[in-house]
Design a binder for this molecule. Structure first.
Ligand code: TYM
Length: 330
C-alpha cells in the first residue's frame, strides 16, 4: 500500500483553508493509503510560543483532526516532538540542503519580511532551516504522497531535491515523494482581503473562518464576504477574487468544479447563502464530535501515545538507514 504523510502546525486556530486545502483530503485518503498524520509542534517553535498555549493547542488540534474524521484505527496520528527521529534526521538534511536553496523559499522571505516590517525584528535560525525539518518529517516514513495546500508546493520541491541529492551522494536511501494538491480548495483566500490567503496569523478575524467558530458567526462572515461591484457570478481569480473564492469554498465543500458551479447562480446573494449553508452543514458534525472529545483529554493523549509508538517504529528504521549510509558509527 502506498504511504501518505502530512502535517499541520498547532499555532493559532485551525481554519477553513487548512481544512479544505489539506485535512479534508487526509480523511478521504485514509481508505486508499497507509496514512501518517502529524501535529508538527516543533515547527511551531520558529516563533516564540506561550508554553501553556502551545501544549493546549497541540491537544486541541489533535482533537479537531479526530473530530474531522481521522480514524486512529486506520491512520497513524501523532505529535512530532514525541518522535525524536524527526529533529535527528533534520540535522542531516540541513547539511544536505544549501543556504541558497533555503534562502529562496518564499515562505521564509514573507515571514522574515513580516518580522522585519513592524514585527518583532527577531528572525530565528529555525525559521530559516524549517524546510529541512519538514523534509525530515516526510522522508522518515518512506512517503509516496503528501497532501497539502498550494502554499506548500515549494517546500515539497525542496524535499524532493534534498532527497535526490542525499541519494546520489550516499546511495539509495529515501523514497522521492509527490505533492498532492486538490483541484478545488488548494488556495482559500481571506474573505475580506481575497488577494491574501486565509491564514491563522491574520488579525482580520472577519476574513478567516475558524473550524470551531460559532456557526452563526460563520454565516455572518460568509454573508459579509467582499465581492465586487458588478453582479456577475463567474470563476475568474484575477478579475473577481472574492466571488471566485466563494465558488472555490463551495466547490471544495461539495466536491464540485467551481467554474461549473458559477452557472448555477446569477446573483451574489444566493451564492453566499448556498456557501454558508454548505460550510455549516459540513462543520456542524465536526464541532459536535470535537466537544465530546474535548471532555476526555486523557483518551486523546492515550491515542497520541499509541500513534507515536507506531510512527517511531517506521521512523527508527529509516533513520538507521540514513545514519548508516551517511557514515555515522553504529
Ligand atoms: P500549516 O500548518 O500552515 O497548514 C496546514 C495545511 O493547510 C494548508 N493551508 C491551506 N490550504 C488552502 N488554503 C489556505 N488558505 C491554506 N492555509 C494553509 C497548507 O498548505 C497545509 O497543507 N509546513 C507545513 C506543515 C508541515 C508539513 C510537514 C506538511 C510540517 N511538516 C510535512 C506536510 C508534510 C505548514 O506550515 O502547514
Amino acid at each position: 500500500m502506498s504511504r501518505v504523510f502530512s502535517g499541520i502546525k498547532p499555532t493559532g486556530a485551525i481554519h477553513l483553508g487548512n481544512f479544505l486545502g489539506a485535512v479534508q483530503n487526509w480523511v478521504a485518503m485514509q481508505d486508499d493509503y497507509d496514512a501518517v498524520y502529524c501535529v508538527v509542534d516543533l515547527h511551531a517553535l520558529t516563533v516564540p510560543q506561550d508554553p501553556a498555549e502551545l501544549r493546549a493547542g497541540s491537544l486541541r488540534l489533535a482533537q479537531v483532526l479526530l473530530a474531522a474524521g481521522i480514524n486512529p484505527d486506520r491512520s497513524t496520528l501523532f505529535v512530532q516532538s514525541h518522535v525524536h527521529e524527526h529533529p535527528e534526521l533534520a540535522w542531516m538534511l540541513e547539511c544536505t540542503a544549501s543556504f541558497g536553496e533555503l534562502r529562496r523559499m518564499t515562505q521564509f522571505k514573507d515571514k522574515s519580511d513580516q518580522a522585519g516590517d513592524g514585527g518583532s525584528g527577531f528572525i530565528s535560525a529555525g525559521l530559516f532551516t524549517y524546510p529541512a525539518l519538514m523534509a525530515a518529517d516526510i522522508l522518515l516514513y518512506d512517503t509516496d504522497a503528501v497532501p497539502v495546500g498550494d502554499d506548500q508546493r515549494q517546500h515539497l520541491e525542496l524535499t524532493r531535491d534534498v532527497a535526490e541529492r542525499f541519494n546520489s551522494r550516499y546511495g539509495d536511501t529515501f523514497v522521492i515523494p509527490d505533492a498532492i494538491i486538490p483541484p478545488a480548495g488548494a488556495r482559500i483566500m481571506d474573505l475580506q482581503h481575497p488577494e491574501n490567503k486565509m491564514s491563522k496569523s491574520d488579525d482580520t478575524d472577519s476574513g478567516t473562518i475558524l473550524l470551531l467558530d460559532d456557526l452563526k458567526k460563520i454565516e455572518k462572515k460568509i454573508k459579509r464576504a467582499v465581492t465586487d461591484n458588478d453582479s456577475e457570478v463567474r470563476f475568474d481569480i484575477a478579475e473577481k477574487p472574492g466571488v471566485s473564492n466563494l465558488l472555490s469554498i463551495l466547490g471544495a465543500v461539495t466536491d464540485q468544479d467551481p467554474t461549473a458551479l458559477a452557472d448555477e447562480f446569477d446573483q451574489y446573494g444566493p451564492l453566499k447563502t448556498a456557501t454558508a449553508e454548505a460550510v455549516i452543514e459540513r462543520l456542524r458534525p465536526i464541532q459536535e464530535r470535537f466537544f465530546e472529545l474535548e471532555a476526555d483529554p486523557a483518551e486523546t493523549q492515550r491515542l497520541l501515545k499509541h500513534g507515536a509508538d507506531r510512527a517511531q517504529e517506521k521512523a527508527a528504521e529509516v533513520l538507521a538507514r540514513a545514519k548508516q549510509h551517511i557514515g555515522l558509527l553504529p
